[in-house]
Write a protein that binds this ligand. Structure first.
Ligand code: NAD
Length: 342
């Protein structure tokens, strides 16, 4: 098992990579515990949950909304949960984002932790203290920063993930390598087949390397005022594409990273041959690398990006594989780039 820690403004978060859901009880401070999980995870793993009250929610991005929050707050009141309770989210990114928001707001905040059950949430969503829900078509627009006390990444749970959900996590893993660790990118090029076949050793190394990068960045810039923006590599277009095509997060990030790599080439930063290596690795990982999009709709959706500052987007580009930079690009300039690319 590998361990990492992140110190944020709301406390210290300990991450256990390779720990088991079965051992969750050892991490709970006392017996006043409520578990939040989703319908699929409960069906598969309820027998391994410690025996506390469970609040079950539906699944999918469509339930990441205020109605689901209402439902959970009502349940917490019904179960007479007070401030002394501990909340555990057991699930993927959606459960973690919702459980983190609920725990941070119910009675002005109760302590919480996660057992992260998807590759995407193990390398990204459950780590770093961001949480929240969607509102009126805007992704994660209502939320806050608050660190979980612990995150358990049980690699065995990944065996039950379907192929699509599994490959989603790889987009974020590739992203970490691109923004910070060229050697990790080479390792992915050499080992993508083993990784796709859920080789536990390879996965543990990739998750650990990803979280070393994420935790170092979050330690420096928890509230995303500078360095943490680099974690948005590929995400500006991804969020717009997710809305337009209903793509999964990983699929959209994959295409977004190809577009951002191409823009990096156009701006004279990245070698064309490196952009091609990036496209090929994503393709080898069974992720999509292009899509025909409606220019006007994409621009409209880019304007909805919550990371926009007025007319300016802090756009993450690559200088080379393993080294990202942030350029301020106006919406107008981006519109021109999109027109040229199309
Ligand atoms: N807070 C952050 O920093 C952050 C970062 C990245 C993404 N996110 C959010 O994460 C969400 C996506 O997370 P996700 O990809 O984990 O999706 P998810 O939580 O919807 O899980 C994907 C699907 O897999 C099922 N599932 C979960 N664990 C399983 C398991 N072990 N075996 C079989 N099925 C399982 C779920 O029920 C669901 O149907 C998005 O809403 C995104 O905005 C948040």
């Amino acid at each position: 098992m590998e361990k990492l820690a992140i110190s944020g403004s709301t406390g210290k978060s300990k991450i256990f990579i390779g720990e088991k859901l079965n051992n969750l009880k050892n991490y709970l401070p006392h017996n006043r515990v409520v578990i939040i999980t989703d319908i699929n995870v409960k069906k598969l793993y309820y027998d391994f949950f410690p025996k506390y009250r469970v609040i079950e929610i539906g699944e999918g991005e469509k339930i990441k909304n205020l109605e689901t929050l209402n439902f959970i707050y009502e349940k917490l009141l019904e179960y007479e949960v007070d401030r002394s309770f501990f909340i555990v989210g057991i699930g993927g990114g959606i459960v973690c984002d919702i459980a983190g928001f609920i725990a941070s707001t119910y009675m002005r905040g109760v302590d919480f932790g996660f057992v992260s059950t998807t590759l995407l949430s193990q390398v990204d969503a459950s780590i770093g203290g961001k949480n929240g829900v969607n509102f009126q078509g805007y992704k994660n627009i209502i939320g806050l920063f608050s660190q979980p006390q612990f995150v358990i990444c049980d690699l065995e749970l990944l065996q039950s993930l379907n192929k699509n959900e599994f490959k989603n996590g790889f987009a974020e893993i590739v992203k970490y390598s691109l923004i910070k660790n060229g050697a990790m990118f080479n390792f992915l090029e050499e080992n993508y087949l083993k990784a796709l076949n859920k080789d536990v050793e390879i996965l543990e190394r990739l998750i650990f390397d990803s979280l070393i990068i994420k935790s170092a960045i979050v330690k420096k810039d928890e509230k995303e005022r500078g360095e943490r923006r680099k974690l948005n590599f590929g995400h500006t277009f991804a969020h717009a594409l997710e809305k337009q095509f209903g793509l999964s997060h990983g699929e959209a990030v994959s295409i977004g990273m190809v577009i951002a790599s191409n823009i990096s080439v156009v701006r004279g930063y990245l070698e064309h041959s490196d952009a091609e290596r990036i496209r090929l690795l994503l393709k080898n990982l069974s992720l999509p690398v292009n899509i025909e999009f409606d220019k006007k709709l994409i621009i409209k959706n880019l304007k909805k990006d919550k990371k926009r500052e007025g007319d300016i987007i802090n756009f993450v580009l690559l200088k080379n594989i393993g080294n990202a930079t942030i350029d301020k690009i106006s919406i107008k300039e981006l519109e021109e780039i999109i027109n040229d690319m199309c």
